[in-house]
Design a protein around this ligand. Structure first.
Ligand code: FEO
Length: 575
């Protein structure tokens, strides 16, 4: 069954599917959503998946985003009489899953809300009405009858401290909410096309799960103790039925890689409905791009001993400053005091505001860390207005800068380890010189590139190798447009010099450069020899780079006699 909103609005549709015995999903398909929380530039929309499990008693697992209120409630009523809902399981209280809990409770006031302790506490703020509740933790079960015994698993930090997974012993379906999800909207209910969903699955992991890699491993360990997971019913994107083992294995492998990195950054934030969560995700995404590990800890639910232990293991500490007043402010300030006492002068410290206004004493803290001798990880990030895409980009770039600094020592050691003859021989590979420019929404970026090679005739295509820690990498996801500007021998030095500069986070890369917009919106450099307007078609991951394959839509040479600038190197361990 498909119910569609009026055509003048963005496309919102609802899809219903029976996924296992007595188990139905209501998938809210948000086809055009192009931003999600943090710096996700969504190419493929997203979905919010809700589930009904009917034994002798009925459980509703998660709801939907408030924008689907009418469509979702109408669809729910088409499936069951809401008054027969006995339990509403809350996997995670973020509004994309719990945005309609209040509405469902209006229809089913006697239902019992089931969730982790911290989820129930969050929900009280969200629902503003009394409700029956059942706090659950790992190993607890709820018998719905007819063999549907629901077992709960705590999965803190995936993606908030409140997350639980729910496993149905009759069907082998594991409901995981954000974990194993992806922002991918299509009519396909399941993951039958692994190739198509893989880039989104990976990108989502990098943005949302990589900063919590230890928590991912802990959750997988608990999952492995279950009798057998036949299907993963995620909260976003297709349900995983065909590639369950493979996709769990990917999460495990990626998380093991993340947790094996030597350098670790501790990031303390506040999970709520404000900006702290989103800003911290952007910073952490920037850090993990450099292969430095991040562990995030929520100040609201942090344990003093765990926080101290995390600080002691970390090379850098980032603090999203909490408000000094309001609900729970006293406890949060106590934890903050513990963290401050644990930081030493050998660590780097980064501070960012979460709410703006004068409620966050950022300046006294900056002075305090200076007195301690701690290095500044990045300039304090001050939020005075609602953060824009540019704010999130600046946060990501601040994280990347920090990660690159922490990595520096290790990289030099690695490069020195190369065999001298080999590095000279490798250095004989020469290449052209190019500037890649990209614009997506209000964000733009540029990068000097030399590892570029034509790769196909039909369609016309080439590859470019982009280091994983490049800021522009976020704007070169599959489907993104960009421009390859080809530099001219003899005229290339000013442009090269400009784009080789180290730009501070959020800086305009094009200040003082002559540009005009291309057909695809990305900047064309007026002083380049030629340009190609391109679109990213696929990406291949190779250790420290992404090999980005692109097809070409348009191009022009400004000087028919001009020659491409060539880069000859002496050694193969540098660009
Ligand atoms: Fe999909 Fe963290 O909410």
């Amino acid at each position: 069954m498909v119910t569609t909103a009026p055509p003048q609005q963005k496309r919102l549709t609802v899809q219903v599917n029976c996924l296992a015995a007595d188990t139905t999903t209501i998938r809210s398909l948000d086809w055009d959503r192009d931003r999600f929380d943090i710096e996700f530039g969504l190419q493929n929309g997203t979905t919010y998946n809700s589930f009904i499990v009917k034994g002798d008693r009925t459980a509703l697992i998660d709801t939907s985003h408030a924008k689907f209120r009418d469509l979702y409630l109408q669809t729910l009523k088409g499936q069951i009489d809401p008054q027969t809902i006995d339990y509403i399981v809350i996997s995670h209280t973020e509004p994309d899953h719990s945005g309609l809990v209040r509405d469902v409770l209006e229809l089913a006031p006697e239902a019992t809300v089931v969730g982790a302790k911290v989820a129930i506490a969050f929900l009280e703020d969200l629902v503003h009405r009394p409700f029956h509740r059942l706090v659950v933790k790992s190993g607890d079960t709820l018998d719905l009858g007819q063999g549907h015994i629901l077992e709960f698993i705590n999965a803190p930090n995936l993606h908030w401290p409140d997350t639980i997974f729910t496993y149905d012993h009759k069907t082998g379906v594991l409901f995981t909410c954000d974990a194993f999800g992806m922002h991918f909207c299509s009519d396909a209910v399941y993951d039958e096309n692994l190739e198509i969903i893989s880039p989104d699955f990976r990108f989502y992991y990098e943005c949302l799960m990589a900063p919590n890699a230890r928590s991912v491993l802990a959750a997988i360990k608990r999952m492995q103790a279950l009798p057998g997971v036949q299907m993963i019913a995620t909260g976003h994107g297709p349900l995983l039925q065909y590639n369950v083992a493979e996709l769990i294995d990917r999460y495990q492998r990626w998380s093991q890689e993340k947790t094996s990195n030597e350098a670790l950054v501790a990031l303390f934030y506040i999970s709520d409905y404000g900006y702290s969560d989103r800003l911290s995700q952007a910073i952490s995404h920037g850090i993990v791009k450099t292969s430095v590990a991040v562990e995030m800890m929520d100040l609201r639910s942090a344990d003093a001993q765990e926080a101290t232990e995390l600080v002691s293991r970390s090379k850098a500490v980032i603090l999203g400053l909490p408000p000094t007043s309001g609900n729970g402010a006293g406890e949060i300030q106590t934890i903050l005091g513990t963290i401050l006492a644990a930081v030493t002068g050998k660590q780097s410290v980064g501070l960012f505001e979460s709410y703006g206004g004068n409620d966050e004493p950022i300046d006294p803290l900056v002075s305090r860390f200076q007195e301690l001798g701690a290095t500044q990880a990045f300039k304090p990030i001050r939020i005075k207005d609602t953060p824009s895409e540019a704010t999130y980009q600046a946060c990501e770039e601040a994280g990347t800068d920090l990660g690159q600094t922490l990595n520096q020592a290790g990289k030099v050691k690695q490069l020195k380890a190369l065999d001298a003859d080999l590095e000279k021989a490798l250095g004989r590979i020469s290449s052209g010189l190019y500037i890649i420019t990209a614009k997506k929404g209000e964000l733009s970026s540029a990068m000097l590139a030399s590892w570029v090679a034509q790769a196909s005739f039909q369609p016309l295509g080439f590859t470019v190798a982009v280091a994983k820690d490049r800021a522009i990498e976020s704007l070169m996801q599959v489907g993104d447009p960009f421009v390859l500007n080809i530099l001219e021998e003899g005229k290339h030095l000013p442009l090269m010099k400009h784009f080789l500069k180290r730009f501070p986070p959020g800086a305009d890369r094009f200040a003082g450069i002559r540009i005009r917009p291309g057909v695809n919106g990305s900047p064309l450099l007026a002083d380049a020899l030629a340009y190609l307007e391109c679109e990213v078609t696929s990406r291949m991951e190779v250790s420290d780079h992404w090999i980005v394959y692109c097809t070409v839509q348009d191009g022009k040479v400004s000087d028919p006699d001009g020659v491409t600038a060539v880069h000859h190197r002496k050694l193969g361990n540098y660009y």
